[in-house]
Design a protein around this ligand. Structure first.
Ligand SMILES: [Zn+2]
Length: 209
């Protein structure tokens, strides 16, 4: 509870706005509502708050981080979401950042796709496509009728997994390739995580506008 936070002159007004990254000093009361004493803003995320696209990506990844934490509590889940939000605030592609985070979170959810060999037979060669139903990479021998993604998408998804979000440089990739990875992750989340997040629907709507 932030007492008097709605008053114009209150010191708590700005810091208790939605989507503010700050260090909060609270008086913790067990089994009761805790009180916000004061807060120091680390980043007001001004660029996020003024852009509907950024708001939608940040809202979704926050909801996702909360769900992942419930399944598997780990401080890294929090660190990763903060790094991702700061990147989006700094103008990095929201779709790319969201997909990087989604892929890294699959590890915490215990359902990491196989992206170093064929998910069916384990072959390291002749990888043809990405398949959510197969569980990751799919080789020529195991392929039936899945959608074929570009070779660049196969390389990029591995880069997404290994990249350190904090030290990420601008990624120059076509929308087609980004969307191939996003479609795979979308399908994969639906099949294996059991998570349903309302804010994801909003991103789908925005993307289709
Ligand atoms: Zn195979």
């Amino acid at each position: 509870m932030a007492k008097g936070a709605k008053r114009l002159k209150s010191d708590l007004r700005v810091v208790s706005e939605k989507l503010t990254y700050a260090k909060f000093n609270i008086q913790y009361k067990e089994n009761k509502i805790s009180t916000l004493i004061n807060a120091t803003i680390i980043n007001s995320l001004k660029n996020v708050k003024t852009d509907i696209n950024k708001i939608s990506y940040v809202s979704y990844i926050l909801e996702l981080a909360e769900q992942v934490s419930k399944e598997h509590f780990n401080e890294k889940v929090y660190d990763l979401v903060i790094q991702a939000i700061l990147k989006i605030n700094n103008g990095y592609d929201g779709l790319v950042i969201m997909n990087i985070l989604e892929l890294k979170y699959l590890d915490f959810l215990g359902v990491m796709p196989v992206i170093d060999s064929c998910a069916i037979c384990g072959s390291k060669v002749n990888i043809l496509t990405l398949s959510a139903s197969a569980g990751g990479f799919l080789c020529k021998n195991c392929y039936h009728n899945d959608k074929i993604v570009s070779e660049k998408a196969l390389k990029l998804i591995r880069a997404y997994y290994y990249v350190d979000i904090e030290s990420l440089e601008k990624i120059n990739v076509s929308d087609k390739i980004k969307n191939e990875i996003n479609d795979f992750l979308d399908d994969y989340y639906d099949r294996y995580t059991g998570l349903y997040l309302k804010s994801k629907e909003f991103i789908r709507t925005l993307k289709n506008l």
